[in-house]
Design a protein. Structure first.
Length: 144
C-alpha cells in the first residue's frame, strides 16, 4: 500500500513539475536530469506492480515483490538524489542540495519546508496508505 501511495505522489510530483517547468522554462519537458531520474524511478515501480500482479501464489508473490522492492528502492536513490547532483541542471542547487543547506534558500522558505510541508506530505502519505490498508481488511473480512 505504501508503494501505491509513493507511486501516486511520484506521478503527481512529475505532473505538477511539468506544469511548473512549462511556466518557468517555456516547455513541459527539457530532458533535465531530475526529470529523467523521476521517470526512471516511476517506471521501476510500475514494473514492481506488474511483477507483483503476475505471480498467482500469495507466498511467492510476497517474497518476489519484497526482494524486487529492495532493489527498486536502491535504484531510486541514485536516480533521483545522486545522479542529478553530479551534472548541470535547470533546477536550483544542481551541484548541491538547496533543501538541506539553509544558506541556499531564504530562511523563511527553509523553515516552512521542514516544519510544515515535509511533515504534512509524509503524514498525508501515511494516512492514504492507512486508508487503503483498512479498505483491504474490510474487503477480506466480508469477502468482497
Amino acid at each position: 500500500m505504501y508503494a501505491k501511495a509513493g507511486l501516486f505522489f511520484g506521478v503527481a510530483g512529475l505532473t505538477t513539475g511539468m506544469l511548473w517547468a512549462n511556466f518557468t522554462w517555456g516547455k513541459f519537458w527539457s530532458n533535465d536530469p531530475k526529470q529523467i531520474g523521476t521517470v526512471i524511478s516511476l517506471l521501476v515501480y510500475c514494473a514492481y506492480f506488474i511483477l507483483r500482479d503476475s505471480v498467482p501464489d500469495f507466498d511467492k508473490r510476497s517474497k518476489i515483490a519484497a526482494v524486487y522492492n529492495v532493489f527498486a528502492f536502491s535504484i531510486l536513490i541514485p536516480a533521483v538524489v545522486i545522479m542529478p547532483r553530479m551534472v548541470d541542471s535547470l533546477h536550483p542547487g544542481g551541484k548541491g542540495n538547496p533543501l538541506i543547506n539553509p544558506k541556499d534558500v531564504d530562511l523563511r522558505m527553509f523553515i516552512i519546508l521542514w516544519t510544515v510541508a515535509v511533515p504534512g506530505w509524509l503524514l498525508l502519505g501515511f494516512w492514504i496508505s492507512n486508508v487503503q490498508i483498512r479498505i483491504e481488511k474490510i474487503k477480506d473480512k466480508f469477502s468482497l
